[in-house]
Write a protein that binds this ligand. Structure first.
Ligand SMILES: [Zn+2]
Length: 150
């Protein structure tokens, strides 16, 4: 580069022209008072996290879900086991309910009925427990009580 005033060649970092003595604006460092070296620019503010879209399209897609196969049957067998069919109905209710819950877990957008399936499983377990208590009571006393099962 050259001096703006006289055109003499100016070396890099040279503040004043050696020929005419005029200041070389491009090479004059900024005043230390204006920009102290210790001061640093404030860290950039991270962009605000975009808020989660409420009721996003993911929740809107499954407009119609079908009850998972076995969910209703599990509930029916659970009720039957509880009131008449005993442990066998309870086992069926648990198997059907577990299968329905597995289908729901694999494809929650397609199937619902998890409440019925879980209720069926619980009823089946209760029925089996009742039968076990009943069986133990019969074995303990040596008599067969025909209460509500068998
Ligand atoms: Zn000059």
């Amino acid at each position: 580069m050259n001096c703006e005033n006289c055109g003499a060649p100016i070396g890099p970092g040279q503040i004043r022209c050696t020929k005419c003595g005029s200041r070389i604006a491009a090479n004059v460092p900024p005043s230390p008072a204006v920009q102290p070296s210790s001061a640093q620019a404030p860290p950039p503010i991270p962009p605000a996290i975009p808020p989660y879209a409420p009721q996003g399209p993911v929740m809107m897609v499954p407009a119609v879900r079908t009850t998972a196969p076995g969910a209703t049957a599990s509930l029916v067998f659970g009720l039957l086991a509880l009131f008449c069919c005993g442990a066998l109905g309870g086992i069926i209710a648990i198997v059907l309910g577990a299968g329905a819950n597995r289908k729901i877990a694999q494809n929650p957008a397609l199937y619902d009925g998890g409440g019925a399936a879980t209720t069926g499983i619980i009823l089946g377990i209760i029925a089996i427990i009742i039968n076990a208590i009943w069986l133990i009571a019969c074995l303990a006393t040596g008599q067969w009580y025909f209460v509500n099962n068998l």
